[in-house]
Design a protein around this ligand. Structure first.
Ligand SMILES: [Fe+2]
Length: 270
């Protein structure tokens, strides 16, 4: 996988081109077949198999009682949402047979690559978050058209997703469609904050929303870049103990001799 730098993420669009012509102004689609390993079906398997011992899980359109149509594991565990703690079998049934979209919020520490991506984006933007959106099939229920208060970078890693972009920064319900497209694994979509958009699932898919608030007072004229050392985000540590490299002594085989089996059949080389 390419090193996670904003230059590589936006390639072939240069950083200067991006910030001058797209940032806060218009959406951008980059088809470059990169970063497909950021979160795969295998990663989803590993995450969901830990249920219910996972930090968080949201299921879109859990029940009618959920205000925004989301069943939230962490809110139920904290007693903020009076809904049942579903069994793992039920969660699997939601996925396999009921075609629900699953959301993994705060996924930035699921993999080092995601933390690396956050550190990289946070040079240019404020503190960020990673959400993983996974759907098992076409026509899985997703959010209606909405706008987010953050700068949104959508990394598509598995399957295809249809996107509809509405006229920018509409204060009311958006109506005017300005763009429609289907994104595939390796594609990137940038959506400026407050731009209305809608997602339709057209098959099994995983996409990552890596989103950030803008730094206060960040402008093209006085553009601030935060170095890695000044980022307050907690680091990713490699916890595996240091392994000493074993020096393997070369062995020299000695021809076996049927009548001589009791003798050592190899000796150390000098
Ligand atoms: Fe959104």
């Amino acid at each position: 996988m390419d090193k996670i730098t904003l230059e590589n993420i936006l390639e072939p669009i240069s950083l200067q081109n991006f910030f001058q012509n797209y940032w806060g102004k218009k959406h951008l689609v980059i088809r470059r077949n990169k970063y497909k390993n950021l979160f795969t079906w295998e990663d989803l398997d590993n995450y969901l198999n830990r249920y219910p011992n996972i930090k968080s899980l949201q299921i879109i359109e859990g029940t009618d009682k959920t205000k925004d149509g989301r069943w939230c594991l962490d809110k139920i565990l904290k007693g903020k949402l009076k809904l049942p703690l579903y069994s793992k079998d039920t969660i699997y049934d939601f996925w396999k047979n009921k075609n629900k979209t699953f959301v993994i919020p705060f996924a930035e520490y699921e993999k080092q690559d995601l933390v690396d991506a956050c550190f990289e984006f946070e040079k240019y933007f404020g503190h960020g978050q990673v959400n993983v959106y996974a759907s098992p099939n076409a026509n899985s229920k997703s959010f209606p058209a909405h706008a987010d208060a953050t700068e949104n970078f959508l990394f598509h890693t598995e399957g295809k997703t249809k996107w509809t972009i509405y006229k920018e920064f509409t204060p009311d319900k958006p109506e005017t469609v300005i763009d429609e497209f289907v994104l595939e694994p390796g594609d990137l979509l940038y959506i400026p904050s407050y731009m209305y958009h809608k997602v339709d699932t057209i098959g099994p898919r995983i996409l990552l929303s890596i989103h950030f608030a803008n730094k206060p007072d960040q402008t093209l004229d006085s553009f601030k870049i935060t170095p890695y050392s000044q980022n307050k985000r907690s680091k990713w540590y490699n916890w595996a103990p240091y392994k000493k490299i074993k020096v393997v002594k070369k062995v020299q085989h000695v021809k076996s001799n049927k009548s001589n089996w009791s003798k050592p059949y190899f000796k150390e080389s000098k």
